[in-house]
Design a protein around this ligand. Structure first.
Ligand code: PLP
Ligand code: ZN
Length: 411
């Protein structure tokens, strides 16, 4: 072998594989869905990764998600479009845990990422790879946060973006898209309606479809939530992971990370139970789970304050359901009033202003403990997928206004 062949590569991406029919695709040209309609998954040369690096070597790298570059699809460091995203903190929640009766409760806080949500992970890797493949224009429907993240990273990459979101999506996302120079449209409907409109840009205006799971690399970015968590746990897994599930990419990504790390021998055989949390106003995955179905049905009249998980029908539903089954996990829905109560409680007890989607997970821990599904001593990690700062309207504030010179009322 020449020295060139033995040299370490930045990425060990081999090909793309259909998640349903296993058909293989070339990873070095832009690809969308498999011809059978299912999402494509990036596959890596894990044997060579095992020879090229190790958890010990990774420990000394930069604290961002690119520390896992061998397991990411970007072939050259020059293609990377980054704001230093990743390595979000894993925070013990002792006071909330005590109140709930859980002795080992942790929150992984994705609210610290650029643009304030974990969508930055998918955008960082998705845009970097699109950049590398020579793509100049991307379009997508969004519930707000993905659009904001992709518009931001696209601007940094010098790419054009087109975003369509529901009028009811959090207002801040509009501002983020607009100031980044994205072509932004609002639709009087839900994310599926936005998707139908964005599809026109793909068909007629030369945009590449960056919708959830319709290109293979957003998932790879979200996978890093799992890689980081396992590394932060000392290359082992917690007992249970709670994840607020809309399109399900995060959960599918965490499960993919788990499988890759097990295949690499970086993790032992223990599997964390994965819990998909939805809002009772839009719970297609929960319904399918309870019925033992392999796919979900479109949810009618979807509505919840946890806007990021308002996804009536997810393309990757079967992958989420598979991951829950394979890990002995479950799916659970919580009401909006439980979500708001959990959001307030986390802020009071732990000082963290989390997003309603993350709050849904804390509400779910309480339910599953009461049901006996959780043990009080389980090691539990909740993913807070975004900052509460992006959802100022979830808090009703009543503040006394004082006249100039007026003295404070007694405490
Ligand atoms: C998009 C989003 C989710 C759901 O993400 P998926 O991984 O697609 O299920 C959860 N929380 C927030 C804040 C989001 O923006
Ligand atoms: Zn297929």
């Amino acid at each position: 072998m020449s020295s060139n062949e033995s040299a370490h590569r930045f990425s060990y991406l081999c090909h793309l594989e259909c998640s349903r029919c296993s058909r293989l695709y070339d990873a070095d040209v832009p690809q969308g869905l498999c011809e059978c309609g299912a999402p494509l998954l990036a596959r890596y040369d894990l044997d060579s990764i095992g020879e090229a690096t190790s958890p010990t070597e990774i420990r000394g790298r930069q604290p961002d998600l690119w520390r896992y570059h061998e397991l990411l699809p970007v072939r050259s460091p020059e293609s990377v479009v980054s704001f230093g995203e990743g390595m979000t903190p894993l925070i013990p929640f002792r006071k909330l845990g005590e109140r709930l009766g859980l002795s080992r409760l942790y929150m992984k806080d994705e609210g610290l990422l650029p643009t304030g949500t974990f969508k930055a992970r998918g955008a960082a890797v998705g845009i970097s790879r699109a950049n590398e493949l020579g793509i100049k224009r991307v379009s997508m429907p969004t519930n707000g946060n993905a659009g904001a993240a992709w518009a931001t990273y696209a601007a940094r990459a010098g790419m054009e973006s087109l975003v369509v979101m529901p009028v009811d999506a959090p207002q801040i996302a509009r501002a983020e898209c607009a100031i980044s120079g994205s072509r932004l449209y609002l639709v009087d409907g839900l994310i599926g309606d936005a998707g139908a409109i964005a599809a026109g840009a793909v068909a007629n205006q030369g945009y590449t479809d960056a919708s959830t799971l319709k290109e293979p690399y957003r998932l790879e970015g979200k996978k890093t939530m799992g890689l980081e968590l396992f590394e932060q746990c000392g290359w082992r897994v917690p007992d249970v992971i709670f994840y607020p599930t809309g399109g399900g990419v995060g959960l599918i990504g965490i499960y993919k990370a788990l499988q890759e790390c097990m295949d690499l021998g970086w993790l032992g055989p223990k599997v964390p139970r994965l819990v998909a949390v939805q809002a009772s106003g839009c719970a297609p995955i929960v319904k399918a789970w309870e019925q033992g179905a392999e796919v979900s049905e479109a949810w009618e009249n979807a509505s919840t304050i946890a806007f990021g998980i308002t996804v009536p029908k997810a393309l990757g539903d079967f992958l989420v359901l598979r991951a829950l089954k394979a890990t002995d996990g479950c799916a659970i829905a919580v009401d909006d009033d439980e979500i708001l109560a959990a959001q307030a409680e986390v802020a009071h007890l732990e000082g963290s202003f989390i997003c309603p989607e993350g709050a849904a997970c804390f509400a779910a821990t309480e339910r599953l403990l009461k049901d006996g599904w959780l043990n009080p001593t389980d090691e539990i990690v909740v993913f807070n997928t975004g900052s509460g700062i992006k959802y100022p309207d979830t808090v009703q504030v009543q503040v006394p206004v004082l006249k100039k010179g007026e003295s404070l009322p007694l405490d």
